[in-house]
Design a protein around this ligand. Sequence first.
Ligand code: RIB
Ligand code: CA
Length: 321
Amino acid sequence: MSNINRMLLDVDTGIDDALAILYALLSPEINVEGITTGFGNIDVEQATENTLRVVQVANCGYEVPIAKGAAGPLKRVFPGSVSHIHGHNGIGDAILPPSPQQLEEESAAQFIVRKVNESPGELTLVTVGRQTNLALALQLDPSIETKFKKVVVMGGCVFVPGNSTPVSEANFYGDPEAAAIVFESQLPLTIVGLDVTQKTRLSKRHMAYLSQEIADDKQEILDFLNVALEPYFDFYAFSNKFDGECAMHDPLAVIVAINPSLVQIETMNAVIDCGSGYTAGMIITDRRVRSTVGRPVDFCLEVDQEKAIAQLLSVFTKGEK
Ligand code: RIB
Ligand code: CA
């Protein structure tokens, strides 16, 4: 097991979350020791249902405990699902069969606290939704901040525009106070934000390649992805003027967690803005020579997107495990 990355995932299972989960479960380099769910792309009930079903369709050959988490932000009101991006059910209105798997009895925060205390220094946590579950876990047991091997967060933007406001990314905008708690902690953070995720694009040509090269036992996954990705391609054509491409935000966070050589990282002192209006959830980096604001955080600023996409596709094609 020594080369295997022991991982926890925190998700709000929309379309790109589903791809991140599938990648993590099918990668021979990763053992997913649990998935926690939260509100975000859709409400927590639907995110949890989607997670159960995506885990089932992955058919990864081992048990993956799933714990349900926060239904809303720490101090704000959840505005509801983003059906114009992820469809009405969060997974592009694709229908997956129901799963018989039972949820963990613990909350997401309790689950994260227990798992990291059982294996201090061993687990990588990848969060690809709001930071609410992680913030609640830190409030439950502040000692966990030094017990993760690393914490990779899909969220925020530094040198590129936001996607919820001109300066704020959805996962941080959706619960700024939670993101601020995470940034103020001593967690070993790597931020995989829009600076790199918007450049890491899956294209319709990639999907055509997958149709040719799909492994015999992954046809059900491909059928699911073809339906789920349709509205996602449409959204990116409209919002970003992408031509037959969509951003792989959440899969890139998982990929960076196991292969950081694909990104260039710069360490900057940073805080999260918790005001109202456009700057809610904005990352403020203090790049002054004598920086006084925030604490050092690792930000991914450049990515080898071709290699990242090739790594993502590799788990679905013939010849992989
Ligand atoms: O801004 C991108 C993030 O928002 C991704 O995690 C996506 O799934 C949505 O939650
Ligand atoms: Ca997400």
